[in-house]
Design a protein around this ligand. Structure first.
Ligand SMILES: [Zn+2]
Length: 466
């Protein structure tokens, strides 16, 4: 029953006014917490160290550049609205054409110039930056690294010996957040968290949150249409958690309707400026690195590449697999995974190892042959140099009938003359009950395929869909 006194009317009227003028009263997404071995100070220090490394390896524009100053102003406005611990956020622009952005633990955010060139409006750029800020809020990088360290070290060592020296231990274990680090590759869970927090940050800063999803969708569409490897990196570091736009819309619905800011004059100026700029391509950056002006990313295969005959089990939400105990799992039970020796991976390139991922065929209900062909086309789009050898063969893996395809590509390993070695990529696709494919790509230089094959086959034989 409703009480109809003028007093309660007045109260509810007051409440409406109060709500309309104080959006802060509405619920906001709370940052999640998880197992993290790093203290906040260590996290900040780790981010600083790695930011210094990025500055050496990448063509980062000076702070005096007007584009950088604009990005820093926009970043500061967004960071002010970030929930949780007040990390010392700082913003940088990398003079590279590829559409990418990444955040390091504890605050440094890097945005490629190509991202600013590709943004149709200020809200889209604010969206990418809010998303990156949210990865910092959520400590996604150090949480992923902690998981990796926890998996490798006995609890006693984690608790005791590590104590104050998490940073030293991390360094010893080769955990780094530098350019192309595996810990910058986010799981779908991390992605949906960053999307939701990012939505609130955008809303609270006055930018239309849906533009974040629009920008991501635009990149996906462009990637599908043109196989632009420039976009691949961003989408592989920030994979679509599924229904990105719907999730953003649902979160916006919990907030009061509001009008959003139009593009600022500042943004329009910067947009004109960046349109006239010619940032470096990743090939040019690689050439610079080769000349020694920045350290190069050539993989030097270490002694740990040779697979140990002793196997360890990794259990993913979708499968279980055994792998050589001297190799490592990069990723977790809900993400795409690379299993490789530490010396077989560099700068996002796998020279020796196995990548396992899921593929959703574009045509639902399609058969294994067509789904495999679709996947092959996608792989060749992002690796145009890759060639199929022979035909796809039927292969049985623990009672599941899949397809096996051999490919030849270009290895990240170079011969002494600086020429890239030929690479063997052995693709196996397995159909899952939900209509998607689980696929495995075993990778090594072609000359080593004979010696690596027994280990690859042992891993494949152990693979069980769940
Ligand atoms: Zn992300």
């Amino acid at each position: 029953m409703k009480a109809y006194s003028p007093y309660s009317r007045f109260l509810s009227w007051m409440l409406v006014v109060f709500l309309a003028t104080s959006p802060c009263l509405e619920a906001r997404v709370e940052p999640t917490h998880g197992f993290d071995l790093f203290s906040q100070d260590e996290e900040i220090q780790l981010g600083k160290q790695n930011a210094a490394q990025v500055m050496q390896q990448m063509p980062v524009l000076p702070d005096s550049d007007p584009v950088v100053q604009y990005v820093q102003r926009l970043g500061a406005r967004l960071a002010e609205r970030a929930p949780g611990y007040k990390w010392p956020y700082n913003f940088h622009v990398v003079n590279v054409k590829d559409i990418n952005a990444f955040a390091l633990p504890g605050g440094p955010v890097f945005v490629n110039l190509g991202t600013i060139q590709a943004a149709d409006n200020e809200a889209q750029l604010a969206g990418v930056m809010s998303h990156e800020i949210s990865h910092v809020v959520q400590r996604h990088g150090t949480r992923a690294a902690s998981k990796q360290m926890g998996a490798q070290l006995p609890i006693a060592i984690l608790g005791g010996v590590m104590g104050n020296s998490t940073l030293a231990k991390a360094a010893e274990m080769g955990i780094s957040f530098g350019v192309g680090s595996y810990f910058l590759k986010n799981s779908r869970q991390s992605e949906s968290e960053a999307d939701l927090l990012g939505t609130d940050i955008m809303y609270d800063s006055g930018y239309e949150p849906q533009q974040m999803a629009v920008f991501f969708a635009k990149l996906e569409k462009q990637m599908g249409a043109s196989a632009n490897s420039m976009i691949n990196q961003f989408l592989s570091d920030h994979p679509n958690p599924g229904n990105r736009a719907e999730a953003v819309n649902a979160e916006v619905k919990t907030l009061m309707p509001r009008t959003y800011l139009p593009d600022s004059a500042d943004f329009k100026d910067i947009k004109t400026r960046v349109t006239g700029m010619t940032p470096l391509t990743s090939e040019q950056v690689a050439a610079m690195q080769k000349q020694g002006s920045v350290p190069n990313g050539v993989v030097q295969p270490g002694s740990d590449v040779t697979p140990s005959p002793n196997l360890k089990v990794f259990t993913h939400n979708e499968y279980q697999i055994s792998y050589p105990e001297n190799w490592q799992v990069f990723g977790d039970q809900s993400s795409n995974v690379t299993i490789a020796p530490r010396g077989g991976v560099s700068q996002n390139a796998v020279a020796y190892g196995l990548m396992i991922a899921n593929y959703q065929p574009e045509t639902s209900g399609t058969n294994l042959d067509n789904a495999t062909n679709e996947l092959l086309a996608t792989i060749k789009q992002s690796n145009p140099e890759m060639k199929q050898i022979g035909r796809a063969e039927v292969i049985r893996v623990n009672g599941v009938s899949g397809k096996s395809v051999d490919l030849i590509g270009v290895s990240p390993i170079k011969d002494p003359q600086g020429k890239a070695l030929a690479e063997r990529d052995w693709l196996v696709t397995l159909p899952r009950r939900d209509g998607t494919l689980l696929y495995l790509i075993f990778i090594c230089p072609d000359k080593d395929f004979g010696s690596m094959r027994p280990a690859f086959e042992a891993m494949l034989r152990s693979t069980q869909l769940r």
